[in-house]
Design a protein around this ligand. Structure first.
Ligand code: FER
Length: 362
């Protein structure tokens, strides 16, 4: 165990937290039926995904997770101190997913921008800190949804606890108050085009890199009071959003200081899975940062050990990056499916690494 430097005593708040956190599991159980957890059911859906399933692809299905609650009880004993280290924790501690009475959380609003990449006006949701003020400047996380999703995928699912995790970590002084931008990642030029499990229908996702860099980031930097530069610009995504997160980070490593790809979908390199044949965005030996590139300070890949949608593809990306000599953090979330347990874990660890990196840098 590498316990270093900074330690934060948060014992007092823990008792408050335990009272406020009962919403956690209740909300998590609402979406369990949305997606097949048995692979046989998944296979029946090849080429024909139901409307119901599409919703849960995009957001991360919530699963009951009794282990989280029992371990949280131990973690939140009144005398426990939170020690900021660079260690990965598989589960986001309940202290950070809880709704605290003494913390005011940010709210999502919706905005639009003119996309020159897509030739149309496009939408995004943005989570501004509760006391957002033009007098301050905030770092920004761009957070990318899964397949069949849109800008509402994260804001519409309260069981992902995004507001709570970022709000609680900022309230504890671990991270700066942070803006989270949730784009619509389907960067098509044809308003009639729809996502699907075929190569052509997936191309707009791969085009999002252009929309993000050329149109959305400049819009956000103009319209909101944000800190710019890689140290203050973070990128994360789930599943299809995880795949594009890896792709964008590899193509534009100088733009993002902190990156996390959660349960990344196949297709960065050529492969055939149970849904479709992927032509591949890159050759295997291109899955790396360019030599002498300025690279992210933190590049995390993670996935649940029971992911019924992307299986071991995230691990295969880890293995490719490793074989190609690209530094990153890889970890698995024991027992998590393609779900919000993975999302909460990834986001928590991204912010924890940001906190540690920034605390030890100064
Ligand atoms: C695939 C498997 C999974 C794929 C996409 C996904 C485009 C995405 C899943 C998600 O976003 O939840 O083969 O191909």
């Amino acid at each position: 165990m590498k316990k270093r430097f900074i330690s934060f005593m948060i014992a007092c708040m823990m008792t408050t937290l335990l009272c406020a956190c009962e919403t956690n599991t209740r909300e998590e159980s609402t979406m369990t039926e949305n997606i097949a957890t048995e692979s046989s059911e998944q296979e029946e859906n090849v080429g024909g995904v139901s409307e119901e399933d599409k919703g849960s692809f995009a957001t991360g299905i919530a699963t009951e997770d009794s282990s989280e609650n029992s371990s949280a009880t131990e973690e939140t004993s009144a005398e426990e101190a939170f020690v900021l280290t660079d260690e990965i924790e598989e589960r986001c501690p309940i202290a950070f997913t809880a709704t605290r009475k003494d913390v005011t959380y940010g709210e999502y609003t919706h905005g639009t921008y003119q996309s020159t990449t897509c030739g149309m006006e496009r939408g995004y949701c943005i989570l501004l800190p509760a006391d957002y003020s033009m007098e301050k400047k905030y770092p920004v996380l761009y957070l990318l949804h899964g397949i069949f999703g849109n800008e509402y995928s994260f804001s519409g699912d309260s069981s992902n606890k995004i507001k709570e995790i970022v709000g609680n970590m900022a309230a504890e002084g671990l991270i700066e108050e942070t803006i989270i931008v949730c784009p619509n990642m389907y960067a098509t030029t044809d308003p009639k085009q729809q996502p699907g499990f075929d190569a052509e229908s997936c191309l707009p996702y791969d085009n999002f890199i252009n929309d993000l860099v050329t149109d959305l980031m400049p819009h956000i930097e103009k319209e909101y009071s944000v800190l710019t530069g890689r140290e203050n610009t973070y990128l994360g995504g789930f599943s299809m959003g995880g795949r594009e997160t890896i792709f964008i980070a590899l193509q534009k490593p100088e733009l993002f200081g902190y990156v996390c790809a959660i349960s990344a979908a196949p297709g960065i390199v050529a492969t055939t899975d149970k849904f479709m044949t992927h032509p591949g965005q890159l050759a295997e030996d291109e899955v790396k940062f360019a030599e002498d590139a300025t690279v992210p300070n933190v590049f995390i890949l993670c996935c649940g050990t029971r992911d019924s949608v992307v299986g071991t593809y995230p691990k295969s990306y880890h293995e490719l990056l490793e074989a190609n000599g690209t530094d990153h953090i890889w970890y698995e979330i024991t027992g998590a499916d393609h779900d919000n347990n993975a999302i909460k874990s990834g986001l928590y660890n991204l912010f924890k690494q940001i906190a540690y990196d920034k605390a030890t840098d100064k």
